[in-house]
Design a binder for this molecule. Structure first.
Ligand code: BGC
Length: 453
């Protein structure tokens, strides 16, 4: 039975539609199956803020566990502590939130929803529709969020006329990080096209340096792949694949090219290619074991946390062919409705997150850019400024990350990521094989596909 505490703020106790009940039932089964594995991964909850007895506390579920990510959490927890609110930390390890999303679902199902959670992407809508999320209009309306936010971010946190999450920062995924010292020593410039990339990679190899850092972990491979799709085609085609899930788009020659590019990049990666967490792949770049790395700019947060400096030790360029575009992922904290006893503290956290000083301080350490349309540019390094300029060009230049939950729901994302990973590790799988499989996934999950059947 659904706990009545999870009631919509304005509508009172939520009336559960047949659709919602069906959704929740299938969700419940999935969660129960994953529950023990998920909880085993969970880090022990450790308070990171507040000395003495704070007046209020908020438990926050998230997956920020690397050095740079911890520093960003400390910014938030520290500001909250100044308001006499304790941030009770529940960090679930696992890049891209694979562990955290399972644990979070289990907690909600067990009636133990945290007060706040990192909840990225279009999943908001589903959770908000179920009446689980606290509506933040009482903070967002007087705070003028609609005017302050980039329109893309505003529409992301907005569900059926209500604000249901507080946005923290915008990550750019299509970054090509490079080790500045190696590039300077060898007289190389960041490649802007794929032929330039090949020339640079060849020179690095001749100099005994692995050209491209990479892990074989599925989401990291798929993160690289989505940048290649964008490079091949631009945002319109990208959206037809990952937002519209148009089955026909997966058969397109542009998809074949992006897949071939993914496979051919393997020759420049460390051999044998191991599955390692993203901070370890970032470490290869920092230590000069590899000269380039394609990753979301949380990797920049990591490099900075290790004491490296932008444009001295490393620099950022766009993945070749994507300089005009911004492949984005927006980090947000959503608040669970609960019994409303935490509401003042939850609203305070939302208000802090959207304040100019927190936006600046948090994003500098996280590696992202503020969600404000007009942030303090003086606080940004060259990587952040490039990201901000690309994102500011508007939605025609933006592409929502599939892997980081901005484009499609969890089911579609997981199925596509698994197939791309399969293709990447198994050289015997042909492009036409995977294209057929991806089209069939799209057909089974998309509206377009269902209409075609
Ligand atoms: C999140 C980032 C996080 C990264 C690595 C992404 O999905 O948006 O905040 O740093 O995963 O775990």
């Amino acid at each position: 039975m659904i706990d009545k505490r999870y009631a919509n703020k304005r509508g009172g106790a939520k009336t559960w539609s047949a659709g919602s009940r069906k959704w929740l039932a299938s969700w419940a089964i999935g969660c129960l199956l994953q529950y023990s594995a998920g909880m085993a991964d969970a880090a022990v909850a450790t308070p990171v803020a507040g000395v003495g007895q704070p007046a209020a506390s908020l438990q926050v579920v998230h997956w920020w566990t690397s050095a740079g990510e911890r520093k960003s959490v400390d910014v938030l927890a520290g500001r909250l502590a100044e308001e006499n609110i304790q941030w009770r930390d529940l960090a679930i390890p696992g890049g891209a939130g694979l562990g955290a999303s399972k644990v979070l679902k289990s907690m909600v199902l067990a009636g133990k929803a945290p007060e706040a959670t990192q909840l990225n992407g279009i999943v908001f809508g589903e959770w908000a529709d179920l009446g689980l999320l606290l509506e933040l209009d009482d903070v967002a309306t007087p705070g003028g969020w609609q005017k302050l936010l980039f329109p893309t971010v505003w529409s992301l946190v907005h569900n059926r006329g209500h604000v249901v999450a507080a946005p923290l920062g915008i990550h750019r995924i299509n970054n090509l990080f490079y080790n500045k010292k190696i590039f300077d020593r060898l007289g190389l410039a960041a490649p802007r096209t794929w032929p330039e990339f090949e020339r640079v990679a060849e020179k690095l190899k001749q100099a005994g340096v692995t050209p491209l850092a990479q892990s074989s972990e599925a989401w990291q491979v798929a993160t690289l792949f989505e940048t290649l799709v964008l490079a091949e085609s631009g945002p319109v085609y990208y959206r037809s694949l990952f937002v519209d899930l148009n089955p026909a788009a997966f058969g397109d020659p542009r998809m074949t090219h992006a897949l071939k590019r993914l496979r051919s990049l393997k020759q420049w990666m460390p051999q044998p290619l191991r599955e390692r967490p993203w901070p370890e792949a970032t470490r290869q770049l920092a230590d000069g074991d590899a000269a380039m790395f394609v990753m979301g700019d949380w990797a920049k947060g990591e490099l900075l946390a290790w004491g490296l400096n932008t444009d001295q030790d490393f620099s950022c360029a766009a993945v070749p062919g994507t300089a005009d575009y911004h492949l984005y992922s927006v980090d947000t904290l959503a608040m669970f409705a609960g019994d409303y006893s935490h509401q003042p503290a939850q609203e305070k956290l939302a208000q802090l997150i959207m304040s100019q000083p927190v936006q600046s301080a948090y994003n500098q350490v996280k590696g992202a850019i503020p969600v404000w349309r007009a942030p303090d540019l003086s606080k940004m390094d060259s990587c952040a400024r490039a990201s901000w300029s690309a994102f500011s060009k508007g939605s025609a230049f933006q592409a929502p990350s599939l892997v980081h939950r901005m484009a499609a729901d969890e089911t579609a994302k997981d199925a596509i990521v698994a197939e791309v990973h399969h293709y990447f590790v198994d050289d015997k799988m042909s492009e036409s094989d995977i294209q057929r499989k991806l089209a069939s996934i799209a057909r089974s999950v998309s509206k377009t596909g269902k209409q075609e059947q």
